[in-house]
Design a protein around this ligand. Structure first.
Ligand code: XLS
Ligand code: NI
Ligand code: NI
Length: 439
């Protein structure tokens, strides 16, 4: 099938010396790294909403992109044609996964019943295309933020009917994700937060969000959906403050509402920077608490205060990300979902290829660099010796919980009243090491 991208054939790995912009220089799907194929380390996914629904409109201007397969209508036939174009793209790009919101793939009608019928019609085609191409669903989700009914939020709306509508919508979204063998389902709390605290009962809203997620967990069990649930941290935008503001806030929330066993995190690079953290901080926090699930791979602009969702190109970021992901043992159900859109001025279908090829190559390089770093073991060795005082003696006793303040006071006094001297953290030396690998 070569209907919508006739000028592009399957993107192949041509190696670092290739001059062909429509080839991979680093992503070689079957290449083995640490005994596992690159494609299985990276598990790339295309975000349907950004690549197939985002026309490039921003706060100051209308859409700049109307792709040839799109007739501009909100009709069902248009939605179906778009699915065919999307799968032609996935296939030619050679990604193994995609992700969608319910409303990205099928139009919303005047009633939930009619809307669900539209969704069923499109899901039939998605299934057909998945079977034809072998491309799989990484995760599904529901759009609980675009329609005006969600102006006050969805699960955290002041309007109980809106909560009920959102529940019905998520119920259906879980069903179709299950139907399509999705490996996961993401909750991103688009408007689950507030604009003003003057009109917000925060305690009640948080309780409602906890209750909503429990209902989702119950329903998942009831229908036998075996995919992983994720919650995706983001601090703001469109809200002033979103409750799942960063990985730590999500973890606290999940613990309070006893949801830790049921949800992992979907960490997005740009959301980390909006939260005033680095991407690597959010990943490391998730890894340290065993809650890393999946990744929305994109990049923000540090000079702009919003979710610019650019494609990832920074090799330091991709290297650090792969180091964290590999430390956690790699993805199980998750993957690298390009939650990213091309620039407003990149309005041709071919730009979708350039963008994804760049992101895939950037992560393939990050993977190779991370594997080289792990193989040499310099950083592991440094870490081991930096914490050596915990491997025996008083450190081991503290870790084992066998001493308290009184024993520790006696220990220090017994040593002549002073702690052992510190050693340098060697920050610059370590940064120099990194530069030897990232090139
Ligand atoms: C928006 C979010 C969104 C989620 C899915 O900022 O990143 O795209 O990934 O609802
Ligand atoms: Ni995202
Ligand atoms: Ni985002």
């Amino acid at each position: 099938m070569s209907e919508w991208f006739p000028e592009v054939s399957k993107i192949e790995y041509e190696g670092p010396d290739s001059q062909n912009p429509l080839s991979f220089k680093h992503y070689n799907p079957s290449e083995q790294i640490e005994g596992k194929a690159m494609r299985d380390h990276l598990r790339f996914s295309v975000a349907y909403w950004h690549s197939f629904r985002n026309g490039g409109a921003d706060q100051f201007g209308v859409a700049t992109r109307r792709f040839p397969w799109d007739d501009g209508s909100a009709g069902l036939q248009n939605a179906i044609t778009r699915v065919r174009a999307a799968f032609e793209f996935f296939e030619k790009l050679g990604v193994d996964y995609y992700c969608f919101h319910d409303r990205d793939v099928a139009p919303e009608a005047d009633s939930l019943t009619e809307t669900n019928k539209n969704l069923d019609a499109v899901v039939k085609v998605l299934k057909e295309e998945q079977q034809r191409t072998g491309v799989k669903l990484l995760w599904g989700t529901a759009c609980l933020f675009a329609h005006p009914r969600y102006m006050h939020g969805a699960a955290t709306s002041c309007n109980a009917d809106v909560f009920a509508f959102a529940a019905a919508q998520v119920k259906k979204a879980i069903e179709v994700t299950h139907e399509l063998d999705g490996e996961g389902y993401t909750f991103w709390g688009g408007r689950e937060g507030y604009k003003s605290l003057l009109n917000t009962d925060m305690r009640r809203e948080l309780d409602h969000l906890g209750a909503f997620l429990h209902m989702a967990v119950d329903y998942k069990k009831k229908v036998g959906f075996g995919g992983q649930f994720y919650i995706e941290p983001k601090p703001m935008e469109p809200t002033k403050h979103q409750y799942d503001s960063d990985a730590a806030a999500c973890f606290a929330f999940l613990q309070k509402y006893e949801l830790v066993d049921h949800l992992k995190l979907n960490i997005e690079a740009n959301h980390a920077t909006l939260a005033g953290h680095t991407f690597i901080h959010e990943l490391e926090f998730a890894v340290a608490n065993d809650i890393l699930g999946s990744v929305d791979a994109n990049r923000g602009d540090l000079l702009l205060g919003w979710d610019t969702d650019q494609f990832p190109t920074d090799l330091y970021d991709t290297t650090y990300a792969m180091l964290s992901i590999m430390k956690a043992g790699g993805f199980v159900t998750g993957g690298l979902n390009f939650d990213a859109h091309v620039a407003r001025e990149s309005f041709e279908p071919i730009d979708l290829f350039h963008a994804h090829i760049g992101g895939m190559d950037a992560f393939a390089r990050g993977l190779k660099i991370a594997a080289a770093i792990r193989k040499d073991g310099i950083f592991d060795g440094f870490l081991k010796s930096r914490y050596a005082s915990w491997d025996g003696g008083i450190g081991a006793k503290i870790e084992a919980g066998s001493v308290g303040f009184e024993e520790l006071e006696r220990y220090i006094i017994g040593k002549g009243g002073e702690a052992a001297p510190n050693e340098s953290g060697r920050v610059e030396m370590l940064e120099n090491y990194i530069n030897e690998y990232v090139r």
